[in-house]
Design a protein around this ligand. Structure first.
Ligand code: NAI
Ligand code: MG
Length: 508
């Protein structure tokens, strides 16, 4: 344990700051579900506590939706889809309403950032810089696709010219069940709803049970923005009950999920009975490769940000660091030095760059990985401990003397823990980088353009970053190879995932 921060002075450092009146108002609201543009009570009155991970205190309650609640939300989305009140609007009108939602979010950005900080544990400043603008950009970008979804005409291969006229229509898939995790709650929610809405689908969205506050606040803006009733319904509750009901519901046409690989596989199986369309964005164990030619200080700071941003609770976290043998010690020293920037603080501390982990359950999981790593023979360079007895803080942690059999090297920890390994040449590091069941992201640090392109080709992952990490943009497709997922979000691929293609063939 870090003795200095466990003193009385240290304890003060980890005191959560006061909430604003606007945030308190959102916390004080009565638990309810947003269905058909109205706040409705649950059928059974069961609730779940909302905890502030910076203090460990219960600060609000949300509905734990019952099967009947889910059925009600799906029925609303089904009716709204089937009568064409959304898909039948001129694309210009859909675009306009989506842009209005983005504008409303923008107007309330500070409040959303604070709610995200209270609920998730991340610094309010980070939520204000990354999560909220990111969420808004997803909506703005996808809104533009609403008016660009035409099909094509086709010249048949086996038929003489002029015999038939054939064209394709792009049509919305239908009712979408969207289930999101707790690491970037509003951003993930908007990454899901934006393409669905642009395509003309209707939605039942379920935020994670740990982080539903911004999703519920978003619901307030839905009717204000002008969405017809039933187009976007937001329900809260547990995954194994409410989430499961959404996935198995016969009136749902598509499931989109971001979360653990384990639950992603389960959802894929459960969606099969009714053969729903499925998009899955799952776990990762992303490599960060540092080639021998780099400016060490720059690359080390980048590698530190790759793992310690959002306290490592990032699907694309650079959790496996590979540094060339000739500079390994300097890179590890540099990451250790840069880790001070990412020391955890209460989420409303304006000086903080990283926060507490999201829950006690998750804190225990991350700490148990650190214990397992040490037991297996890994050495801790910095961190490995928690700086406070209240809240779920874990110090940025670097482990060396690891091998590919250890759980800290193989499994997604989803915390501020990086394992560092040496390599000698490009082919070897490509092999090491690919020695994982995951394939979500990878970072390569080098000034050698040829090495960068060669590694970009060799690494099996949905994204490869050069001299940066975790850069995400609404126009650039995002998703996983291997067990990191199925399908792509964002960009043209992201909107395509919410469209069916209908071929029309007419004999003339
Ligand atoms: P999870 O995958 O169980 O939960 C994510 C979402 O899925 C939540 O909204 C949850 O309510 C829902 N869900 C859970 N079970 C479901 C089911 N049977 N049917 C339908 N929906 C269901 O993740 P959890 O339990 O919060 O965290 C477990 C571990 O997963 C974490 O410790 C972390 O390592 C990893 N994780 C990875 C994420 C990523 O983006 N790669 C995101 C969240 C968690
Ligand atoms: Mg779970």
């Amino acid at each position: 344990m870090n003795e200095m921060t466990k003193t009385r002075e240290g304890a003060a450092l980890y005191q959560q700051h006061a909430y604003s009146a606007a945030a308190q108002k959102a916390l004080d609201r009565k638990p309810a579900l947003f269905i058909n543009n109205e706040w409705v009570e649950s059928s059974h009155g069961a609730t779940l506590p909302v905890e502030d991970p910076s203090s460990g205190k219960i600060v609000s309650h949300i509905v734990d939706a019952s099967d009947r609640d889910v059925d009600r939300a799906v029925a609303a989305a089904r009716a709204a889809f089937d009568d064409g009140r959304w898909s039948g609007l001129p694309p210009m009108a859909r675009e306009k309403i989506m842009i209005r939602l983005a504008d409303l979010l923008d107007a309330h950005a500070g409040e959303f950032a604070e709610l995200e900080a209270i609920d998730q544990g991340k610094p309010k400043g980070m939520a204000a810089a990354i999560d909220i603008p990111g969420a808004i950009s997803q909506i703005r970008y996808m809104a533009g696709w609403a008016s660009k979804l035409g099909g094509e005409t086709h010249a048949p291969y086996t038929m003489p010219a002029g015999l038939v006229f054939s064209y394709t229509l792009r049509e919305p898939v239908g009712v979408c069940a969207q289930i999101v995790p707790w690491n970037f709650p509003l951003l993930m929610a908007c990454m899901k709803i934006a393409p669905a809405l642009a395509a003309g689908c209707t939605v039942v969205l379920k935020p994670a049970e740990q982080t539903s506050l911004t999703g519920l606040r978003l619901a307030d803006l839905i009717a204000l923005a002008g969405f017809p009733a039933g187009v976007l319904n937001i329900i809260t509750g547990n995954g194994h009950t409410a989430g499961d009901r959404m996935v198995k519901h016969p009136d749902v046409d598509k499931v989109a999920f971001t979360g653990s690989t384990e639950i992603g596989k389960l959802i894929n199986r459960n969606a099969t009975a009714t053969l729903k369309h499925v998009t899955l964005e799952l776990g990762g164990k992303s490599p960060v490769v540092v080639m021998p030619d780099v400016d060490v200080a720059t690359a080390a700071a980048g590698a530190a940000g790759a793992i310690f941003f959002n306290s490592g609770q990032v699907c694309i976290a650079g959790s496996r660091l590979f540094a060339h043998r000739s500079i390994f010690d300097q890179v590890v020293d540099g990451v250790a030095e840069a880790s001070a920037f990412w020391a955890p603080r209460p989420s409303l501390d304006p000086e903080g760059h990283a926060g507490a982990l999201n829950s006690k359950e998750h804190f225990d999981k991350v700490m148990s990985y650190i214990v397992a790593g040490k037991r297996d023979g890994a050495s801790v360079v910095v961190g490995g401990d928690s700086p406070s007895d209240t809240g779920y803080y874990v110090n940025p942690t670097i482990m060396v003397n690891v091998n590919p059999q250890m759980s800290v090297v193989r499994e997604e920890i989803f915390g501020p823990v990086v394992v560092a390994q040496r390599f000698d040449d490009l082919d070897e590091v490509a092999k090491m980088a690919n020695d994982t069941c995951y394939g979500l992201g990878a970072g390569v640090w080098t000034k050698d353009v040829s090495a960068l392109h060669r590694l970009a080709a060799k690494i099996k992952s949905g994204t490869v970053w050069g001299n940066c990490h975790a850069m995400i943009d609404a126009a650039i497709p995002f998703g996983g190879y291997k067990e990191s997922g199925i399908g792509r979000e964002q960009g043209r691929a992201g909107i395509d995932a919410y469209l069916e293609t209908k071929a029309v063939i007419i004999q003339l």
